[in-house]
Design a protein around this ligand. Sequence first.
Ligand code: G6P
Length: 755
Amino acid sequence: MKLIVRYGTVALAIVATAILVISPFATSFVEQWSRRDVELRSKLVFNSVRNEMSNLLAANATAQIGALFEQLALDERLLAIGFCDSNAVLRHSNKVMPADFSCQQVARSDQESFSTIQSAGRPTVAGSFPIPTDAGPGHLILLHDLTFAQERGAQARGWLMIALAIVALVGAALASLIALFIMRRWLQSVRSAIEEVKNGRRDRDEMVESPGVAGEIQRLIRNLDETRRLIDAAYTDWNPETLRRALASQLPNTEIIVVSNREPYIHNRGPNGILLQTPASGLVAAIEPVMRACGGTWIAHGSGSADREIVDAHDRIRVPPASPTYTLRRVWLSEEERDGYYYGFANEGLWPLCHIAFVRPRFRESDWDQYRAVNARFADAVVKEATRPDPIILVQDYHFALLPKMLRERLPEATIITFWHIPWPNSEVFSICPWKEEIISGLLGSTVLGFHTQFHCNNFIDTVDRFVQSRIDREHASITIGGHETFVRPYPISIEWPPAALAGQKPVRECRKSVRARLGLADDICLGIGIERFDYTKGIIDRMLSVDRLLTIHPEWKKSFVFLQIAAPTRSKLSAYIDLQAEAQALAEQINARHGSEGYKPILLLIEHYEPERVFELFRAADLCVVSSLHDGMNLVAKEFVASRDDECGVLILSSFAGASRELSEALIVNPYDSHAMSETLQRALYMPKVEQQARMQVMRNIVRARNVHRWAGQMLLEAAQLRKRHEIMRMTSQERSSAPAPSRSRIVKLAVTK
Ligand code: G6P
């Protein structure tokens, strides 16, 4: 009923609007049409009497003219008829000619003409037709009453209203019927959906009460829902505590084992005893805070000269040394193993293969053999450290491409999450590796395989597609080989927030002052900085060239801009690294000779390792930081610089070829190969107003704060928790099916395998 009232009201509104809009047009149309009708009649009358009138006027037959006029006036629409002479005097008329009529009121020309006048208070059309007489041209005047035209207009308006009302009412009735029909169908579907939900709930309630396997499955499904909710809410507030809580609730009693080549703490023997060193490694910077939060065991190559002196009988040591929370298990490698596995296959083969930095990869069979053997040795170590059959094993980086498969074979219940910290090239590039199939199938032993970006995930899937027989599900980004499914996912790595190295830092003003003083620079010098391992992928040469160009094009910066490059020695046995170091040193000298002067060197190149606290002090002292990687999986230096600037100042110049540029788009993004554009970007950074620096820095800091490393780890571990629960549900479901088929089983299987 309500619907009909609603539609009726709408229909009336439409009718009223239509009448308001259309009726003036309709009335005027009818009136025009009536007027033309009258004019036509006048012409007909005139044509029929024209000759007779001429004769009667010539004969001056006044009485006959009067009789003729009376006869013509019998036509009910003809109000009056008269004759105006050439002096505009009404000479003849019928009896009912209105007294107020005068010949001056009407147009009189040598053509027929029509005027609208008011005569006897009525609208009147006056037709004026020329008739020549001996005394000059006179006019026959025919007055027609126009009232009837108005009546016709009013009638037309009335009919129009009735017609529109009928159309609107019929339309409203039809629309109401259609709406009622649709609504009934919709209500039916809502009712059945509610019924379904009720039934579903009833099923589950029954399952909670049901004992044994069914009850257990129900518990797992509820738990799985919770994990999904946590993953979806993973955008806010990740910190060590939320990570710990997420693990405690979603992966209770789980053992976490990390495997990487580089260890988080290196003990070296120095002239004054044992020195503790934190390596310059993005991998270590990211995983260490996670391990501090979660606990567990980290298995890594013991590379320090004093490492053996510190460990216990099982090659373990609790770390961090100041307040231990997890175990570092060291694996010892012979020089031969290191040369083949680490320097050879990993760093002369896979490293240049995966980075597009145009250094030729070297593939030697002997290196490959060592690589395989060392992967197997780490597999032994993992199996030995595992205290349960189903640990979560986090395999790190390109040093261990074969390890996931080895572990899958030996610990089939383990959840293996592998993270590839460097880029994955396109399949064409990867095809040059002589052991590509082994590497791919090694990695596909993982449960989840992570890369920093979707782009690298796609490259990997395409490579698998091209070289290995497998089933690829692109919708779920998974690859199945030999019955085992691996999920390929992007997880952009990050740093902890706030970074540990920020604690205890002096205010920025003081950092600026003390760093400049230590470097022998004036207080007001503009300082640019680059800090990383001395690696050819970092674009160190290219950034020096851009400084050279800046000082050439904008010499005003001489003596007022200094670029400080800290380069930590790395992989120094390899010729590509030795060559790079020599080239960079020579270039720095040339640039300093070209633009330097007494007491002024535009480039300060310091080849040494800086501990994180010192790195952060330098970041805080700088006006700008250059991260110009030629190719980089992520590059955490960019994120560390942002995190170090709690004053929200400083400019980040960031290569578009570093994964970090996908997230930190408020940096000044550059192509490191374009030294002209790089130098102009330096110039822009040096002149950037503080307000702009702050606006950019605020956005970047918010991003790094929210997408911190605890979120990175949390997402991977929760994904692992989800997969574990799903497998468990499927395992129990098939167990239940084989013992006693239950009516709701198909429903459970569906729930378990979706998403
Ligand atoms: C990159 C790699 C890490 C490695 C780091 C330092 O970030 O992805 O796995 O630890 O470089 O290299 P290094 O050879 O000194 O461990």
